[in-house]
Design a protein around this ligand. Structure first.
Ligand SMILES: Cc1cc2nc3c(=O)[nH]c(=O)nc-3n(C[C@H](O)[C@H](O)[C@H](O)COP(=O)(O)OP(=O)(O)OC[C@H]3O[C@@H](n4cnc5c(N)ncnc54)[C@H](O)[C@@H]3O)c2cc1C
Length: 612
């Protein structure tokens, strides 16, 4: 029976048949010690761990009793099941799968580690956020914490003895990080005294680890306002010596956790730093480099959040599919017409509208999963280019990541939300009830559109920074990259029309991008109002490309399929591609034409006219 939690077959297809990591990555450079068998084994183990150990901890209610992180007088406790799970997770080495041997990792490809993480996140995002943030913070320490304490910090974090967070947000500084009020004052010994309050800090305090390392943004006294004056500090919950021995508390206090729509197992904390004037921080990088450095972690987390969108979408879709095969309701359209009354009920998967929902969910999920993994694959290529000392290649892959990151984060989470909504719809009234997990998945999914920079902020990043970066070269490289798969599909009668639709949509995106660049100088509100819709149209077009790429492979492999299961899989890829391209990508050019029109009602309407 197919899994209701993970799509292992599709992950293997993406890594082995689409990205072809066996030829393109393994056995060379950073991945010289690994081969396809080894990577498939890691994926199998991850799938087993995800389904057998993580998925059973998912429900945020058992026998109508909440399973959630709790707060009591300064102490944060995670759900009981998380403690054993955390230990298993660390023993399995899952925090540092893709890290280098020098820091205790396994030096496996980033796209493989991401595929494993995809399964973990889909089985319980609340739990998986604890190790994900620990990993992100550890990477930041590895790259930017130049201090005698560095080695012990990264060893403890990658092994899971200590946790990690990211501390940007303050009550008055959400999207506008530059408005933060936390301060840092230099001490005679070179450390800094940190004072401030951070809110909404995921995994900010908990009982899974003996210590927690907080990368904290703060302004050194006298430094300029705005993002330019921000520095970043390594602030431990408990101080420690160079051997990692814990010494004394560091005046970091959790004053409460949020009561939220979803993600109940993850503690979203308000953290007070230095209420008693005794919080010590260590500068990372140079003074006033805080935003530049934090962006390294933010980009990793943004890619991770897009993956969270794809992960929950996968689990929601697979649950809905299973339900649709079992739920009997209504008669078959053809049978009703033929036989009149007393016709038996059929599983709802036989109804055209339910099949529409299922194929929409499948094609979106397959597409955003491919988009996320492709972005991680770009990172692997960048790593290898650095090792080769090939600057041109490095710039090429880095540019690709720059432009893909806002798309991965925003589209992955928005479309993930749409899939969760469709999954609830497929269950009908039962989907709205706590008895079935899709209700929780929809609640958990929503946060992915908000944190790590809201999706509105991602759209502005794409339009205002990423499209024009390096005079548009990154964007044009991305469009250029799509051409080979489109050309291959155009030569195949079965895929020709679909390929032309994708080509038309990508051309329309390129034309709109250049029109918007001009409009930013004349009628800036037009592109600014359109930014989110433009990001979505570009993603609709790019997912069309990824679907064409996948369909090209499926068309070739279908006649030689080794089993009925493989045959069904490749057929599914072709139908999914056709559905997505004809029902979603095909609409992009018309939408883009509309977006370019000088329609500024959103700005022209006065504030009191929104509601009287
Ligand atoms: C569960 C949870 C976990 C979180 N985890 C963390 C964490 O671990 N670390 C951390 O530092 N933060 C964390 N956050 C904070 C999160 O990143 C912020 O909530 C988010 O960045 C938005 O900030 P805000 O809530 O203040 O909303 P606001 O910034 O007030 O935004 C409100 C609305 O206005 C829009 N908006 C704001 N400014 C602009 C603009 N200039 N142009 C266009 N639109 C704009 C936004 O898109 C949004 O729709 C978390 C939040 C939650 C809810």
């Amino acid at each position: 029976m197919a899994s209701q939690w993970v799509d292992l077959r599709d992950l293997k297809f993406l890594l082995n048949e689409v990205l072809n990591i066996g030829e393109n990555l393994l056995g060379k450079g950073r991945y010289k010690d690994h081969d396809v068998d080894m990577c498939n084994m890691v994926l199998d183990q991850a799938a087993k761990f995800a389904e057998a150990e993580i998925a059973p901890t998912y429900p945020d209610e058992v026998h109508r009793k909440p399973v959630e992180a709790t707060y009591d007088n300064g102490k944060v406790s995670t759900p009981e099941a998380y403690k054993r799970l955390w230990n298993l997770y660390c023993e399995g080495g899952w925090i540092s799968t893709a890290e280098s041997y020098e820091v205790g990792g396994q030096s496996l490809p980033v796209c493989l580690a991401a595929a494993c993480n995809h399964m973990f996140l889909g089985c319980n995002q609340s739990f998986a956020l604890y190790p994900s943030l620990t990993h992100g913070a550890a990477r930041l320490m590895e790259d930017f914490f130049q201090h005698p304490l560095r080695d012990v910090v990264i060893e403890k974090m990658y092994s899971g003895q200590w946790g990690g967070t990211m501390c940007l947000t303050e009550p008055g500084a959400g999207s506008d990080v530059g408005a933060l009020k936390s301060t840092a004052k230099k001490n005679a010994d070179g450390t800094y005294s940190i004072v401030g309050t951070k809110c909404f800090i995921s995994s900010g305090d908990h009982d899974l680890t003996e210590n927690i390392i907080h990368p904290v943004l703060a302004r050194i006294e006298g430094d300029p306002n705005g993002t330019k004056g921000i520095s970043i500090f390594m602030v431990p919950k408990i101080r420690f010596d160079e051997k990692g021995k814990l010494t004394e508390p560091n005046d970091v206090y959790c004053s409460g956790i949020e009561s939220k729509m979803g993600l109940h197992g993850n503690a979203t904390c308000t953290l007070n730093f230095g209420d008693n004037g005794k919080c010590i921080g260590y500068l990372m990088g140079q003074e006033r480099q805080g935003m530049q450095i934090m962006f390294h972690m933010m980009n990793e987390e943004r890619q991770g959040v897009g993956m969270m969108g794809a992960s929950l979408a996968t689990a929601a879709y697979l649950h809905a599919l299973d339900y649709a095969k079992q739920r009997l309701q209504g008669q078959s359209v053809t049978a009703t017409a033929a036989k009149g009354e007393n016709v038996p009920q059929v599983p709802i998967i036989q109804h055209p509208d339910v099949r529409r929902m299922l194929l929409k969910m499948k094609s979106i999920t397959d597409g955003i999963r491919a988009l996320c993994l492709f972005c991680y694959y770009c990172m692997d290529n960048e790593f290898n280019a650095v090792l080769e000392g090939n600057d041109e290649k490095k710039e090429y892959w880095h540019g690709m990541i720059e432009i893909l990151t806002p798309l991965v984060k925003s589209y992955g989470s928005d479309m993930g939300m749409e899939v969760c909504g469709l999954a609830v719809q497929t269950y009908g009234g039962y989907g709205y009830c706590r008895e079935y997990p899709v209700e929780q998945m929809m609640r958990d999914q929503k946060i992915n559109t908000i944190y790590e920079g809201t999706n509105g902020i991602q759209a502005l990043d794409l339009l205002g920074r990423k499209l024009g970066m390096k005079k548009g070269v990154n964007f044009m490289n991305l469009i250029g990259l799509t051409q080979a798969a489109i050309a291959e599909a155009k030569a195949n009668e079965n895929l020709k029309n679909d390929a032309e639709i994708v080509e038309g949509a990508l051309n329309a995106c390129a034309a709109t991008a250049s029109a918007f660049t001009q409009m930013m100088k004349t009628t800036p509100f037009v592109p600014l109002i359109a930014a989110s819709d433009f990001l979505n149209c570009l993603s609709d077009a790019l997912l069309g490309w990824l679907h064409i790429w996948m369909a090209n492979i499926a068309v070739k492999k279908l006649p030689k399929a080794a089993s009925e299961q493989d045959k069904a899989f490749y057929n599914g890829k072709i139908h999914g591609a056709k559905f997505f391209i004809n029902r979603i990508t095909a609409l992009a050019p018309a939408k883009l034409d509309t977006l370019k029109k000088d329609e500024q009602s959103a700005m022209n309407i006065s504030e009191d006219a929104f509601a009287v």
